[in-house]
Design a protein around this ligand. Structure first.
Ligand code: ZN
Length: 357
């Protein structure tokens, strides 16, 4: 064995066991929970609007599989909410947890399931980010300024009919989170080349493919028909699985994500959606990496995602502040921003050169 192979680090790959995608498959939620080991009581964590819109179908399916369900409506993704749910659900004693809704509900459910040590099914009702299949969560109120690792969902159920009813802006955000994989993978390569960091080619290629399909096919996908919704949600699920295989968020999250996290610091967490901020970050990081940033911007435009900061209410100064701050949020994650240090002047020049400001 070569010394290089001997030094390769070991890590655990935890993958979703079943992924069910299709039109109106929410009616199969009960059977899926049963097949994944749920036997009696299920806790469903959801949002108010989603519960009203589609809760009935999910609830009927669980009842049809002789499963009792109790629903918990959450309005934010914070540790405070997770702590409250931990207490409540812990007392109610379910043997399975479903996250049914947008990014917030899925994140809160994933974190709560992790803390309670219960299996978790992810049922996204919008294709807005790759957390639907990965072990990573973003919740407010943790001591880290970036996403943290919980457990991988044991299953994913993606009902393309439900997903097609989500506001178009959420799907556009999902495309922002997908194009990000080209700069995330570049950052990972950089860390391998310059810092000797572990690099998983398979995971990197899988994540890269998720970005490439959007970059190559945005003309076809912009129609938002069932074909495009299915393609986008499959790409998001694959990207999440790439993170499972890598054992870290490396293939999915680089400097463009650090920029997004920094924006939340500088401008507050209501400044656009995760994927919208990340999309803007990708345009700028693509330029720094010498990639075709115009293609990134054109893809985002095709998919209806913002390419200018002011489209999500951000000022020039906030963008510049976030670019300067981004790398300091996670000094251990080597990215293009570790190499090309940003000061106010260079940040302004970069953002202007790609017309983000
Ligand atoms: Zn993301």
């Amino acid at each position: 064995m070569t010394s290089k192979a001997a030094l390769a680090p070991s890590h655990m790959m935890e993958l979703p066991r079943k992924i069910l995608i299709g039109e109106r498959v929410v009616s199969e939620a009960g059977a899926l929970v049963r097949s994944l080991g749920g036997t009696s009581k299920v806790a469903v964590i959801t949002g108010r609007i989603v519960k009203k819109r589609a809760g009935g179908q999910c609830s009927a399916s669980l009842t049809g599989a002789s499963l009792k369900s109790r629903w918990y409506v959450v309005s934010d993704a914070s540790m405070d909410t997770v702590n409250k749910l931990y207490g409540k659900i812990g007392k109610d004693g379910p043997d399975f947890i479903i996250g049914f809704g947008g990014g917030r509900s899925v994140d809160v459910a994933k974190m709560t399931a992790y803390r309670l040590g219960l299996p978790f099914l992810s049922v996204p009702t919008s294709a807005s980010h790759d957390g639907i299949s990965s072990p990573f969560v973003s919740v407010r109120g943790i001591d880290k300024p970036h996403s943290i690792k919980a457990n991988t969902p044991i299953g994913v159920l993606a009902d393309t009919h439900l997903l097609s009813q989500a506001p178009p802006r959420l799907l556009a955000g999902g495309c922002g989170d997908l194009v990000a994989k080209i700069t995330a993978v570049k950052d990972w390569e950089l860390a391998r080349d310059e810092k000797g960091e572990y690099f998983g080619s398979y995971a990197a290629n899988l994540a890269y493919m998720s970005a490439k399909i959007i970059l190559d096919e945005s003309e076809k996908l912009k129609g938002r028909d069932s074909f495009s919704i299915r393609t986008i949600v499959e790409a998001l699920i694959s990207a999440g699985v790439a993170a499972c295989i890598a054992g870290s968020s490396r293939p999915c999250s680089g400097a463009e994500h650090l920029f997004s996290h920094a924006l939340e610091y500088v401008a507050g967490s209501d400044c656009g959606l995760h994927g919208e901020r990340v999309g803007l970050g990708t345009i700028m990081m693509a330029k720094l990496h010498g990639l075709d940033w115009e293609k990134v911007a054109g893809t985002l435009r095709n998919m209806g995602a913002p390419t200018r900061a002011r489209q999500i209410g951000l000022t020039e100064e906030q963008v510049i502040g976030a670019l300067v701050k981004a790398q300091s949020l996670r000094p251990d994650r080597y990215t293009i921003l570790s190499k090309v240090r940003m000061d106010k002047e260079s940040a302004r020049a970069l953002a202007k050169s790609v017309k983000v400001i």
